[in-house]
Design a protein around this ligand. Structure first.
Ligand SMILES: O=C(O)CCC(=O)C(=O)O
Length: 269
């Protein structure tokens, strides 16, 4: 099943990101949003704003004190609407087109919800340090539950930055992984506003970040991580865990396949 045009695939490979409009219908968005609101109240962590000295350059003192982010992982463990969303046929097919892969595996699901007026920013970074993989066949997909724009802290990318490959990040106990703020500036990034139901996809190596939510509305995004199952994980979030296959069938690859019980071979090594 080929879903995207050649021009869309070429644009993704050139820029390192792409917005696909209306992946989810208004009815689907309503159901996903309602169940997400319940999960956020009942289970999520409301103290998830990214920490670190970089915050001084992104916020004044008042904003810094108020900055809030609501996060939780693996929504399919909490909500049937999200189980359906992550296996949407057109989405898996689109990721396959973008990565040039006949098989696509879900790697993780992560909510980043910025509350009205105080939603926390993200420093410029690649997602690489959070779940490093051997090669570039990995796409993150931001599912938009709300309209997101400049005021509400939409996602921003450094165009073509995936071509820089794997970059060394500033890490440590007191900070979220990020890139040096003088060399990789949010002001130089391209904003990608989106409507509820749109998805924005980008490579694991594309540099991105976002600003404070200054609007009076929520900006809820759910990130779905997808990879070619041949792309071996090297550490981090979801290491040693097989994911749903959302396009094609799992290829048999030494050390990266699952056993008859559904356990990943990497766990047996
Ligand atoms: O939610 C955002 O604005 C940024 C998300 C992000 O940096 C990420 O998903 O890695």
């Amino acid at each position: 099943m080929e879903t995207l045009s050649e021009a869309q695939v070429a644009s993704f490979r050139e820029n390192g990101y792409i917005r696909l409009e209306g992946m989810f219908s208004p009815g689907e968005v309503r159901e996903m949003g309602d169940e997400l609101d319940y999960v956020m109240e009942a289970f999520a962590n409301w103290d998830s704003a990214w920490k670190g000295p970089w915050r001084k350059e992104y916020m004044d003192e008042e904003e810094d004190a108020a900055a809030t982010l609501v996060a939780i992982h693996e929504l399919q463990h909490y909500s049937a609407a999200w189980s359906r969303a992550i296996t949407k046929r057109e989405l898996g097919a689109s990721v396959g087109d973008l990565l040039g892969s006949d098989a696509v595996e879900l790697h993780h699901v992560t909510l980043h919800a910025k509350p009205p007026d105080k939603g926390a920013p993200f420093p410029m970074h690649q997602d690489l340090p959070f779940f490093p993989h051997e090669d570039g066949r990995y796409a993150d997909c931001l599912v938009h539950l709300d309209d997101a724009d400049e005021t509400s802290g939409c996602i921003k990318f450094l165009k073509g930055s995936h071509r820089l490959g794997k970059l060394e990040h500033i890490t440590g106990a007191g900070t979220a992984p990020h890139l040096p703020t003088d060399r990789y500036r949010l002001q130089d990034a391209v904003s990608v506003p989106a409507r509820a139901g749109d998805v924005v996809l980008f490579y694991l190596w594309t540099i991105h970040g976002s600003a404070v939510n200054h609007s009076g509305n929520w900006r809820r995004l759910v990130r779905l991580g997808f990879r070619d199952p041949r792309n071996r994980q090297e550490g981090g979030q979801g290491m040693g865990r097989p994911g749903f296959i959302v396009k094609g069938v799992r290829p048999k690859v030494d050390g990266v396949d699952v056993d008859v019980y559904g356990n990943w071979a990497q766990n047996r090594a």
